[in-house]
Ligand binder design. Structure first.
Ligand SMILES: Cc1cc2nc3c(=O)[nH]c(=O)nc-3n(C[C@H](O)[C@H](O)[C@H](O)COP(=O)(O)O)c2cc1C
Length: 309
């Protein structure tokens, strides 16, 4: 395993095959990709769309597929199906997602922090399948209290989890406040397995700062990678407008190759991220540009907007 571990965080509707492949093309092979979460129930029900979300391009590896659910036997079956059919480099269990559909309607995602016995049962059931790939967990500091993680993480480690990625916020915090890197560092001290720190890493400087504060084995980057697939690259050359435009065109190509022409609609949400950061702050008419990008309906419109820059 490369040290420090650098990972692209799983993000629903964002870390799909085209975006992951784009990050790989641009940033090389020294980071691990976490694909967006998939439902374990949908996998065992043979849902075509969910299964297709697990397809991996061979250029994308290493890739981890993340599953969510609250039924140990369903989770174990889903993990087995995914490993056998798609050969990811690891399986991750989502124990941090706060959205009501996942964490309130069911005991999945972040709700598992309230039901640690069930979380342990899920880990054990998946481990029993002897999948032959590592099993990791991605979680938060707790449901409402940022001290819950200590006991929770210890129990997961004991149950056989091989790596834990921690977003330094509680479920109740959602995305407010700051990711508590200090607390992640305290968790790192009590565990023997690798700990990956997550939350609020937006630059190469942040990567260094987070590693130094947490003493973690690696970092995981989510929003900081959106519209910014360069963040994992070794080189630190500054990115100009020309390169941004070229990258967007490549992203659009990969996206349409994967989803077909109608895929342009789901590309829109990515496009605005390319013009969000400091990098394009000085570019005139950026607000108008963003408004136009969220309305595009085909590739010609996108090309016309970009060539006007
Ligand atoms: C749009 C979006 C979708 C997300 N989807 C997932 C997901 O599928 N699984 C998961 O474990 N976390 C998910 N997350 C949480 C991120 O992986 C990450 O923990 C969080 O954004 C904090 O890291 P960041 O500050 O680097 O973005 C999502 C976050 C965002 C913004």
């Amino acid at each position: 395993m490369l040290k420090p571990i650098i990972a692209l965080a799983p993000m629903a509707d964002y870390t799909d095959r085209p975006f992951c492949l784009l990050c790989r093309e641009i940033s090389g092979t020294d980071f691990v990709i976490y694909r967006e979460m998939v439902s374990s129930v949908a996998i065992v029900r043979d849902n075509e769309k969910t299964l297709s979300m697990c397809e991996i391009d061979r250029r994308e590896h290493p890739v981890i597929i993340q599953i969510f659910g609250d039924d140990p036997s369903v989770m174990a079956r889903a993990a087995k199906i995914i490993v056998e059919r798609f050969q990811p480099d690891g399986i991750d269990i989502n124990m941090g997602c706060p959205v009501p559909k996942v964490a309130q309607k069911t005991k999945s995602g972040a709700a598992l922090m309230k039901y640690p016995d069930l979380a342990v049962e899920i880990v054990r059931a998946i481990k029993n399948e002897n999948l032959g790939v590592p099993l990791s967990v991605k979680t938060r500091l707790g449901w409402s209290n940022d001290g819950e993680i200590f006991d929770f993480a210890k129990r997961l480690e004991k149950a056989g989890v091989e790596l834990i990625a921690i977003h330094g916020r509680t479920k109740v915090q959602g995305y407010s406040g700051e990711s508590n890197w200090q607390r992640i560092g305290e968790v790192k001290k009590i565990l023997g397995i690798p700990v990956v720190a997550n939350g609020d890493i937006h630059s190469k400087e942040d990567i260094e700062k987070c590693l130094s504060i947490t003493g973690a084995d690696g970092v995981m980057i989510g929003r900081g990678a959106l519209g910014n697939p360069w963040i994992f690259a070794k080189s630190s050359e500054s990115i100009g407008l020309k390169q941004i435009v070229k990258t967007i065109i490549r992203h659009a190509e990969l996206h349409i190759e994967h989803y077909g022409d109608r895929g342009i609609v789901t590309l829109r949400k990515h496009l605005v991220w390319y013009f969000n950061g400091d990098r394009t702050q000085g570019v005139s008419g950026i607000k108008k540009l963003r408004a136009e990008l969220v309305r595009i309906s085909n590739l010609d419109e996108l090309n016309a907007i970009l060539s006007s820059l």
